[in-house]
Design a protein around this ligand. Structure first.
Ligand SMILES: [Zn+2]
Length: 302
């Protein structure tokens, strides 16, 4: 049997890691893989990661994401829910600081709905994304948007008062470098909003169990870096808070949320609606267990 050398955890440097298997690679992406990747789970800070570091080129990543990453049709309920979520964050930001003339940056803007909302406030709006998927309204001249990678952009040090990053960190090859860069460009007492999936979610454990029981062992892995949705880093509450602590961010609010309303994202009685409605009991049980699907934090740079 192959012996697996212990690898240091990128977040806590711990070496008590559990080897959880070699990531399975979809056939069409096999030619992108030049290293012997292994997936690990850090038992100390509860972080999932791949070693060695993933070295796919930007072109290769964008090919992987090219196939309909963003959902085309959103139900009105889901549009409204997303709007409320963004409004909640802006209200929380405002609770801790006034907005007048301050600088807001969204990293990974996607369709740009948050940029649209922020552009209606007294904040100066900045956005960066590796590709431009903005809807027309998010292309307003007052929005400073750039295509690129945060690590190469070289924003001025301590320029931003607010940084907003929803569903991004789990996709970046080096989240530790990302956090260092965010710390550098954020002012002292500046606020950071961060949302990532919770790898400890009950629904993931349930799905994995169902796959195992139905003989689909290759689908059972809870952590699948090279398969849609391409989460190459897996955060639990422990590893997320550890990463923030390492970068001297004080957490003002932590929240474990989402999952139960997944079915409402789909048209009534569509396949997605029925499939997710059947999973509703699992999502409901996850609430008191604090094992819901997503987690977010608002924190302050000290
Ligand atoms: Zn760790």
């Amino acid at each position: 049997m192959e012996t697996i050398e212990p690898v240091g955890c990128p977040i806590c440097n711990g070496t008590t890691n559990k080897f959880i298997g070699k990531p399975s690679i979809p056939q069409k992406f096999v030619s992108y893989i030049r290293k012997e990747y292994k997936s690990f789970y850090c038992k100390e800070c509860k972080y999932f990661f791949v070693s060695p570091d993933i070295d796919l080129t930007e072109k290769e990543w964008s090919n992987m994401y090219a196939e309909g990453y963003f959902c085309d049709s959103m139900t009105n309920w889901w549009k409204n829910k997303r709007f409320k979520e963004r409004t909640r964050v802006l209200k929380l930001f405002k609770k801790f600081s006034s907005f007048n003339g301050l600088n807001f940056l969204e990293i990974g803007c996607g369709e740009g709905y948050m940029l649209i909302d922020v552009n209606k406030t007294e904040l100066n709006t900045y956005g960066i994304d590796v590709s431009d998927n903005r809807v027309t309204e998010a292309k307003d001249n007052r929005i400073n948007f750039e295509v690129g990678n945060l690590l190469e952009k070289n924003y001025e040090s301590e320029f931003f008062d607010f940084v907003y990053m929803d569903s991004v960190l789990e996709h970046v090859p080096d989240p530790v470098k990302y956090m260092n860069e965010i710390k550098r460009i954020l002012k002292k007492d500046g606020l950071l909003y961060l949302a990532v999936p919770n790898e400890n979610a009950l629904i993931l454990k349930f799905r994995s169990l169902v796959f195992k029981l139905t003989g689909k062992k290759s689908e059972a892995a809870s952590y699948k870096p090279f398969k849609h949705p391409y989460h190459i880093n897996g955060f639990t509450k422990g590893s997320l808070l550890q990463l923030l602590k390492n970068n001297k961010f004080n957490v003002l609010k932590y929240r474990n949320y989402a999952g139960w309303y997944e079915f409402l994202k789909y048209e009534f009685m569509s396949k997605g609606f029925i499939k997710n409605a059947l999973l509703l009991p699992v999502h409901i049980v996850a609430i008191p267990l604090r094992m819901q699907f997503y987690q977010d934090v608002i924190c302050i740079k000290k």
